[in-house]
Design a protein around this ligand. Structure first.
Ligand code: PRX
Length: 652
């Protein structure tokens, strides 16, 4: 194990990124926030706030939890007895919907807009907190009448339409566990996730608009249902009006069900234990099988609402736009649940940022008076490429804060974001976190000094560090493993159906110390700023999407022509990384351009467009250790024209 990790650290330390961080950290200019920003912030003396939190984490969270309503208070704040299976707010009774919807019906928030939405084709829609609650109530009645019960799993496969949060909230309301599968996944990937969650119910839509065309979600859902024997009922929301096949006694139109008398009336919010699962969200790891991470009703709702309030300083009058997809953790936490708990107004847009023209986003900011924009470096780099003329035609003066997530933001993108979108002065909240962490972990707040390229410091109550193999803190400016030393309420509780994997993946390496292993390498500078280097495992971020090399390799190997395969991430200016795949063909197959094309198509069908390798190279052999482990590090060094380093374990 140790050698494998040594290998891994050596690999990450030798990447471009580590050198990039050297350069960034050396030239880092600090951006001290304006007095006006600090004065307006919820927390003005953040250092004091964090210090107090870190001195007594449990007292801190107990106090912060007072901002939420509970059906019944907890008896124990944190139960460590079964670590790493930590339990928060033990005995507390709640439901995330109690705070996201129900309590707002008793105040003026009832009349406030929860969501403002625009379709790619120009359709517009708004939902007040009252209207959203009514829709959720109705859909909850529909789900109940179709036999969905507390603890059942429901898979949701939709685009960016308001029915997606409605479906999620309706599941939560009745105590069902939702599993949202990103609408860019293929039928096979969807089928695998349905099977893992054993969902009898699938919610989808006819199609979604993307770049003027439709993504045929219902067709893909049909194929997935065929591949996985679990689905008994499918609910289809009509978005595009395109032709779809409806299977009798299995498929129902959303609008038909919602018009039935059974849909009407208060459906009642299920009283849940704080630790009851709220959702499963699949993410990529180091094996071919995606992991379904579990988040809960209690700790999760506190963590995401608390971090959102303080990091993006959300105010009553704000219009918040988290431009992620609700199908990922960013969307779960910061489009759907977080903003609703805070009673905020969120904007949601269906389509592509550059459709029909590269000014679409800037037009949306202007038209809807967006105050805070939160997106990924890939999107920023993509829009930057079109030049300043596109944003400069628009009045972006409503913006007061910017955010970034999903991958390291390079200094050029950071500066463009601040200078061109942020009028040369808006603070950028570079938030580091993961599907596993539920919410922001290493992040600035508006009142904090910034250094471009650094996610700055751990959030209040988060004890993060950079350590060596033994778990000892490394010296300033040295690379090491990023770990979290104490539990936090938003942490994933386990992997659905695979608690052993949860332990081995995240807790085994520093078991005696009880540290959570993030899978990222990082360094800390003399001033305690964290610089994320990147993944230390076989997980690759492509355009901010998280992919496991093993998943892509097994997709390739499932093709008749492929005997063996190895995938690596290669740095890319626009997408952060792209996938390069190496394949050994089976006897009887000849390498050709058309075969490479077919292999790419095959990966697209197995996983979806995001996983398609940029390059597929057909090779005779792969570099392996004597124990048979593929040395991806060597493949990478070769592509990047770098020295091969230590090859003493190489078999051949
Ligand atoms: O490598 C880190 C990178 O994204 C990984 C988590 O991916 P995922 O679970 O898909 O969640 C993404 C959205 C929260 C991390 O292990 N990452 C995320 N945010 C940043 C980042 N790397 C550098 N800087 C960030 N701000």
């Amino acid at each position: 194990m140790a050698t494998q990790h040594d290998d891994v650290m050596a690999e990450s330390a030798s990447t471009d990124r580590s050198a990039e961080v050297d350069a960034m950290a050396a030239s880092a200019k600090s951006y001290v926030p304006d007095d006006s920003v600090v004065e307006a912030a919820h927390i003005k003396d953040y250092d004091a706030f964090r210090r107090a939190a870190n001195e007594d984490i449990e007292a801190f969270w107990a106090e912060q939890a007072q901002a939420l309503e509970w059906y019944a208070p907890w008896e124990q704040l944190l139960d460590r007895s079964d670590a790493p299976f930590y339990k928060w707010f033990v005995g507390g009774k709640t439901n995330i919907v109690l705070n996201a919807l129900d309590r707002h019906q008793k105040t003026a928030t009832r009349n406030k807009l929860a969501f403002v939405w625009e379709g790619e084709n120009g359709d517009r829609r708004t939902l007040s907190y009252f209207a959203l609650d009514r829709e959720v109530d109705r859909f909850a009645n529909v789900l109940r009448s179709l036999g969905v019960r507390k603890g059942d799993t429901v898979t949701i496969y939709m685009g960016r339409v308001l029915e997606l949060p409605i479906a999620m909230l309706a599941c939560a309301k009745i105590g069902a566990i939702h599993s949202v599968v990103y609408g860019g996944f293929s039928a096979q990937a969807l089928a695998d996730r349905i099977a893992d969650a054993k969902s009898k119910m699938l919610i989808t839509q006819d199609g979604a608009w993307l770049r003027g065309k439709t993504v045929d979600l219902k067709d893909i859902a049909d194929e997935a249902a065929e591949k996985s024997p679990f689905v008994q009922t499918m609910i289809v929301y009509q978005r595009t009006g395109q032709a779809v096949t409806m299977q009798a006694a299995r498929d129902y139109w959303w609008h038909d069900l919602m018009a039935l008398p059974i849909a009407i009336g208060d459906s009642g919010t299920a009283v849940m234990e704080a630790e009851d699962p709220l959702f499963i969200l699949y993410t990529s790891g180091t094996t071919g099988k995606p992991k379904g991470l579990i988040h809960t009703h209690g700790g999760y709702q506190l963590y995401i609402s608390n971090t959102l309030k303080h990091v993006f300083d959300l105010k009553e009058e704000d219009r918040w736009w988290c431009a992620a997809d609700p199908g990922w953790i960013t969307g779960h936490s910061y489009i759907v649940y977080g903003p609703l708990i805070l009673g905020a107004t969120s904007f949601m847009y269906e389509g592509a940022p550059n459709y029909p023209y590269p000014n679409r986003w800037w037009q949306l900011v202007e038209n809807y008076g967006i105050n805070i924009l939160y997106t990924a470096p890939t999107a920023i780099r993509g829009l930057m490429r079109y030049g300043d003329a596109w944003p400069s035609r628009h009045d972006l003066s409503t913006l007061r804060l910017l955010g970034s997530v999903g991958e390291p933001i390079n200094p050029e993108a950071w500066r463009w974001y601040r200078d061109v979108i942020g009028r040369g002065k808006l603070p950028i909240m570079d938030t580091w976190w993961q599907t596993e962490t539920g919410g922001f972990m290493i992040t600035p707040v508006p009142a904090q000094t910034l250094k471009p390229g650094s996610a700055t410091k751990p959030y209040a109550g988060i004890i993060a560090d950079v350590v060596d193999e033994e778990g000892e803190s490394v010296a300033a400016n040295e690379d090491g493993y990023l770990v979290i030393k104490e539990p936090w309420p938003g942490m994933a509780r386990t992997i659905w159906g695979d608690p052993d994997r949860y332990v081995s993946q995240y807790w085994e390496k520093y078991r005696d110390k009880g540290y959570y292993l993030t899978g990222d390498a990082a360094r800390k500078d003399e001033e305690g700023f964290f610089w994320i280097i990147g993944r230390t495992d076989d997980v690759i971020k492509v355009s901010g999407y998280r992919l496991g090399t093993a998943e892509i390799e097994s997709a390739l190997v499932s093709h008749d022509a492929v005997a063996e395969s190895a995938c690596i991430g290669v740095p890319d200016e626009l997408r952060g990384n792209v996938i390069h795949a190496y394949v050994i063909l089976r006897d009887g197959y000849e390498g050709s351009e058309s075969l490479v094309k077919r292999l790419k198509q095959h990966v697209r069908e197995e996983m979806g467009p995001i996983a398609v390798p940029a390059e597929i190279e057909i090779v005779e052999s792969l570099p392996k250790t004597r124990s048979g482990k593929i040395m991806r590090r060597l493949l990478k060094a070769q592509v990047m024209g770098q020295p091969l380093g230590d090859t003493s374990t190489l078999q051949d």
